[in-house]
Design a binder for this molecule. Sequence first.
Ligand code: SAH
Ligand code: F3S
Length: 476
Amino acid sequence: MEKYIDETKQGEAIALAERPENGKKLFLESYGCQMNFSDSEIVASILNDQGYNTTKVLEEADLILLNTCAIRDKAEQTVRMRLSQFKTLKKEKPSLTVGVLGCMAERLKTKFLEEEQLVDLVVGPDAYRDLPNLLKETDDGRDAINVILSKEETYADINPVRLGGNGVTSFVTITRGCDNMCTFCVVPFTRGRERSRDPHSIIEECKNLAENGYKEIMLLGQNVDSYLWFGGGPKKDFKKASEMQQSTAISFSQLLEMVAIAVPNLRIRFSTSNPHDMTEDVFHMMAKYKNICNYCHLPVQSGSDVILEKMNRQHTRAEYLHLINRAKEIVPGISFSQDLIIGFCGETEEDHQLTLSLMREVGFDYGYMFSYSERPGTPAHKKFEDDISAEEKQRRLAEVIALQGELSRKRMEGYVGRNHEVLIEGISKKNKNQWKGRISENAMCVFDMQPGQKLGDFVQVYVHGNTQGTLLGETV
Ligand code: SAH
Ligand code: F3S
C-alpha cells in the first residue's frame, strides 16, 4: 500500500461513464503508488478513444490490463497471483487479450512474455501512447511489447479521464521518473529519467478540475521538489539550456505559487518530497498561501548516517532534522509523515535504535514502514548483502510500527479541543450517517452529517476526541 491509495482500492477495477458508440470492454486494475493510479487515468483516456468502455466484470472483458508495481517483491507476487486467476477465462475466451502495464512490465520486459504464457501485451510507463498500435498487433494474434523509456514523455496533452474517484480530490502529475539512484530502489530503472511537465498544461488541468467541482489536488511526482521547467527535456540538460531558458526556469516552489494563485479555492497537496531536494522556500509558500496544506510527506528511510550513506540518500540525519525544525518554525503546526525501510543491508541494532530516536524527535503524524526487499539489478543488490534475517527484520519492523502508533496517537490528541476546516471527501466506512474528510494537516476526521451538507463542502469541525489514526468531531 502506498500513500493515499486506500488498501481497498488496490487492485480495484475502474469504471468510466459509457460511450454508447464504444463496442469493446476494458477491465483495468491498478496496483502500487498514486502515480500508477494517475497513469491508469491516462491509459483509460487513450483507450476510451479507441472504442473501449470499462467494465468491472472480468467475464465481460475483451481486454484485461494490470497496471503493476515493482517496488517490493511482495507487490510483484500479488500481480503474479492475479494473473494466474485469468487462466480459465482465457481458455474459455481465446480472443481475450491480457496486458501488463507499469513498473513490473518495465522491469521484466520480454521475460514476462516468456514466463507468463497468458500475457499478450507488455507496456512500460512511457509507452502508453503506443497502445492503439500494440493492440492492433495483438488483434492479429501476435504478442506485443513496448518498454522504451523516454526523456520527454509527460503525457501533458492527454486529458485524463478521472477514474472511480470521489469527484472532490484528484491527482495532477507534474514530474515523471527519478534521477536520484537510491541504492535500494527500482524506480529509476522502471520509470526512467526525471522530467518535468510544462507548467502551463499543469495550470490548465488544475483550472479544469476546479471548473468541474474538484476541491483538492495532489501534485504528483517521485520527487516533486526537483521539479524544474526550462522548456522541456530532462533536468540534467539544464546546464546545456540557453541563458534565456535558464533565467526564466520555474522551480517547484514557483510552480506551487502559480497553482495556489490559479486555483485559490482548491486545496493543494504534493507528494513525494525528497529531503535531499527539498528547500525552505517550499515551506515559505505553505505559510504564504492558505490553500497549500500544512502537511509534508518526507520519506527518511533510516535514522542512521551509516545506512543513509549506503542508501545514497545524499543527506544526513542532522540535515533531515534541521529541515524539519526549520519547517516547524516557518509553518507552525505543520505535520509530517515518513517512509522507512527496516533491515537494510548491514543495519545494526544501533542503527535501528537511531531510527527509533529520529522518529521520536520528529513526532511523525503517520508512517509507511516496510522491511527491505532486495530488487534485482539495483546498486544495493550489486554492492551489498541482504544480510538481516527475515525474523530480525520482522522484529524491528514491529517495533517501528508500534512506536509510530504511539506517535500518531499523540499527534492526533494535539488536534483535539479546537476547530479545524475539513473538506468532506466521502461517507465514513463505519457509519453511514457520518462524513469523512481531512484537516489541512492531513489527519482524517469523522463527524455526524448535518442537513444541507454535501460532498466537497469545506466545513468547520470541532474535534472532541480521537483514536490512533482518526479525529472525532462535530460541525460547528
Ligand atoms: N520517491 C520517493 C520514494 C518512492 S518509492 C522518495 O523519494 O522517497 C516509495 C517507498 O517505497 C520508498 O520511500 C521506500 O520507503 C520504499 N521502498 C523503495 N524501495 C524499497 C525496497 N527495495 N524495499 C523496501 N521498501 C522500498
Ligand atoms: Fe526511489 Fe530514491 Fe527516486 S527512493 S524513486 S530513487 S528518490
